[in-house]
Design a protein around this ligand. Structure first.
Ligand code: SF4
Length: 373
């Protein structure tokens, strides 16, 4: 059997020290925070104060936590609020309602997040790994290989940063409360399983333990890591599962999503239906429309047959080609015909909003642009 390129060595320009960052408040539950505060010789209730600032008031700057005496504040901040994310570059469009931020992590690794504000909701798309080891050939992040997993707090801090921006009214025409998180930035979330699940818990625990978001408003994507999908099914969470399918047949999917060489279309769909059955949640089938590669009418029909009658929804993604790439987006008439055939098969289908296209919307592109400079 062909060895899978699951964990690639990153090219030299991406190669970094791969240590996790220092521990942060958001890595711990409330009991863990109390213990950490007590270990510093501080009153345990300071853990609640710090948590209220960070998770409820969305304050990340220790200097602004003025209800804590300065000496205690400095001690607590040094131990529990290390700087995890330093913004390197921010791009925005849609009048400021779409923002993409490139962050430098403590070890120099680069990741990015995208904020999308709508009249009725504010969504953030977070990265779960620096780089990605899944090697999907059409994806800029996949070309760079995996640098390292992000810590739980590095994931949470992306959300808290943008939740603060929304609360300060920085997103014109959008509600002030960030309500949705999608794990669709850099990385394969289920390859960083424990930290991603911990992040989901922290996002959904009520404040001040966490951010108090609804589990139903969290989407976790995967290319189909079968054991992790089964494990997720047993977690008793009700997050939305998004399966990045991109092809309905093994022959093509073996190439487009190399992990398919290990776990085939039928197996990952079975795991997705098991998740849907356990949670009652509709699975989102992600399908990047790539010109002359996976957009043929017969593939739409095959996909329709695989999904008909299932608790599923197809999200077609117009490919955002990376500079110099041989991959291109499907023409609109081809995309429309694909949608028509899926709907005719009884499969709910939408075409993803191409928010952020002007700001290198495909995952990994912003980091790639920075490294190339
Ligand atoms: S498409 Fe997703 S899973 Fe595939 S290489 Fe890119 S980031 Fe990784």
């Amino acid at each position: 059997m062909t060895a899978l390129p699951l964990i690639q060595a990153a090219p030299a320009q991406y190669r970094r020290r791969s240590a996790l960052p220092p521990r942060h408040l958001a890595d711990l539950d409330l009991a863990g925070r109390r213990a950490a505060v007590a270990a510093l010789g501080e009153q345990p209730y300071r853990a609640g104060q710090l948590s209220t600032h960070y998770f409820d008031r969305l304050v990340r700057d220790p200097a602004a936590m003025t209800d804590i005496p300065a000496a205690s504040r400095d001690r607590l901040a040094a131990d529990l609020l290390p700087t995890l994310l330093t913004p390197v570059r921010e791009q925005s469009c849609d009048g400021g309602a779409t923002r993409k931020t490139l962050w430098r992590l403590h070890d120099g690794a680069l990741v990015e997040s995208v904020l999308m504000g709508y009249p009725d909701r504010v969504t953030v798309c977070v990265s779960s790994q620096a780089g990605c080891g899944m090697a999907c050939p059409f994806c800029a992040t996949g070309q760079a290989g995996l640098t390292r997993n992000l810590s739980t707090a590095e994931i949470i801090d992306q959300v808290v940063w943008f939740a603060g921006a929304a609360a300060r009214g920085e997103l014109p025409g959008c509600p002030p409360r960030l309500s949705r998180v999608v794990f669709m930035g850099m990385g394969e979330p289920l390859a960083n399983y424990a930290r991603v699940i911990e992040a989901v818990r922290r996002l959904t625990d009520p404040a001040p333990e966490g951010l108090g978001l609804s589990q139903r408003h969290i989407t976790v994507s995967t290319v189909g890591l079968l054991p992790a999908m089964r494990r997720l099914t047993e977690e008793r969470l009700s997050v939305t599962l998004a399966l990045s399918l991109h092809a309905p047949d093994d022959e093509l999917r073996d190439t487009l999503v190399p992990v398919n060489q290990r776990w085939k279309v039928a197996e990952v769909l079975d795991a997705a239906w098991a998740y849907a059955g356990r949670t009652g949640r509709r699975v989102s089938i992600e399908y990047a429309m790539i010109k002359d590669v996976n957009d043929q009418p017969w593939r739409a029909d095959l996909l329709g047959r695989l999904l008909a009658g299932r608790l599923a929804h197809v999200n077609l993604i117009p490919l955002n080609p990376t500079p110099g790439s041989v991959w291109d987006a499907s023409p609109k008439p081809v995309e429309r015909e694909f949608v028509r055939r899926l709907r005719e098969a009884g499969v709910p289908t939408t075409v993803r909003d191409t928010r952020g296209r002007e700001i290198d919307g495909a995952c990994g592109q912003l980091a790639a642009a920075e490294v190339a400079q």
